[in-house]
Design a protein around this ligand. Sequence first.
Ligand code: AGP
Length: 589
Amino acid sequence: MCSIIGYKGQLIVAPLLVDSLKRMEYRGYDSVGIATINNGKILVKKGVGKVLDVNRRLDLSNMGGHAGIGHTRWATHGSITEKNAHPHYCCTDSMAIVHNGIIENHRVLMKELIDLGHVFKSDTDSEVIAHLLERYYAEQKNIKSSMIKTCKRLKGDYAFVAALEDGTICGSRCNEPLMIGSVDTGFFISSDILGFIRYTDKAIFLENRDIVVIDSKTLQIYDPDGNPVNRSLTQVAWELAAIDKGKYSHYTLKEIHEQPFIVEKVGVQNLDKIEEFCNILRNSKTVFLTGSGTSYHCALIAKHILSNFAKIHAETMISSEFQYTLSGIDNTSVLLAFSQSGETADVLQAVNAAKRMGAKVLSIVNVPTSSLARISDSFLTIECGPEIGVAATKSFTAQLSLTYMIVDELCNGYLGFKINRQILVDALQEALAAENEIHGIAEKLRDARDIYVLGRSIHYPIALEGALKIKELSYIHAEGIAAGELKHGPLALIDVNSYVIIVNPNDTTSDNNIASAHEIKARGATIIGISNKPDEVYDIFIKIPFIKCNIIYPIIEVLPLQILAYYLSLVKNVDPDYPRNLAKSVTVR
Ligand code: AGP
């Protein structure tokens, strides 16, 4: 959601903070701000926009001091304005804070503080942290006890970092990520490894409710009652540092193009862990599959192949709905959670609910140090490298590939994923070669008001995923529909202005889809077919390569949809990497 960074050490802090914020901007990009402590004074600069723009306008990098904090915001409380951008000062400007999450009891706390004479300058829930800290600090001038008292008053999920005019940096977390990066010159404190991986691969992951205080040269971590605790130093992967766009104009396009290489290697280093996963799945009575957004679409395909081919009873539940349908989950169940970030609040809530019911938790994540990985009984990583584009692309095909690999193992190779992997990789390369042609199709769809994406059976989740990509990247209304449901209502929407994409590789669902296409065409809509087999019903045809093992088609057919969504964003003048109102990791419920 929001990104938080802090540093205290020997280096000039402002350029470090700006650089770190650029790397974490995918978490939120409504506004930016930094605070540095220079000669006993806290200086704050903040503004609406992305890091580069605000830095250009306000020269953020050019602030003095060796300690400071920074933030990029994804608005939850209060509109996107300069006054609501972080950092937020307390009344006396002697401390400033940056926060990620939601303080649920902020109204009650605010009222109490206003009654004590505090003056609030923003409409955010976050500002209350600065005033609470100020209140308790005024009592004893002791930052550790002020932090303990402040954290005890906060309800909700949060990670925050405060900067004090004496140069101290401190922070705490509760269900939102916060970690320390240890460098020779000092310490970083960040909501993401990407905030400091350029400088160090040594990280300390704070536990929930830990309180950290960095003063002069020391770092101390305390439990919520103030007892010192030791948290071990973890070495994280340096490869995360490589996050540039290379020859591509956007991260999204780069990530789309990385897919063949990712599918080629996913899971191959993890055969033992895959076996462990398979054993847990085999021994469960029911496997519940969950995720949000794109990751949920992977869960839908996982259900299809687990139940149809591995003959394991599987149910899917979208994570945000999970807590409302817990019956049937017990200690004979397994919950398999999919999440690129491993920090999605809805997914974590579902996992915690399943754990309370006695279920075992497995997860498939991209970030091995994420909260989800750490609370799972066992997890597998998709190892697709950092995904910066807000729209999930390579993480989806990596999740799918790993899922196919697991299920292939469960059904002794019946799926044919393992033996056809190289064919699949070549097919993905071939599908990418249609990029220019798809760009041309995007030009034709520039003024589309609605795009419907249809699929049946295992292709239905891909129709949902294609529609999600089109909405979030181009802001065109798009809907994924199970093709058989058309005549039960959605057909009423179809007219000469409609565009209908049919995900239709030549398999057992194909003839039915062609029949649906004719019904749609009779109502004047333009039909776009995605298939390995042309048909006269398609007004526009996107050819995908033929492969014999057609159960693997979802991994291929999603590519043209991703490319189409990407080019629709360009023709609509939308930044594909940072769609409006969204953030990469949705760490609030
Ligand atoms: C996909 O393009 C989205 N940006 C979004 O739906 C995403 O998949 C969802 O928020 C889940 O994220 P996760 O995989 O990190 O849990």
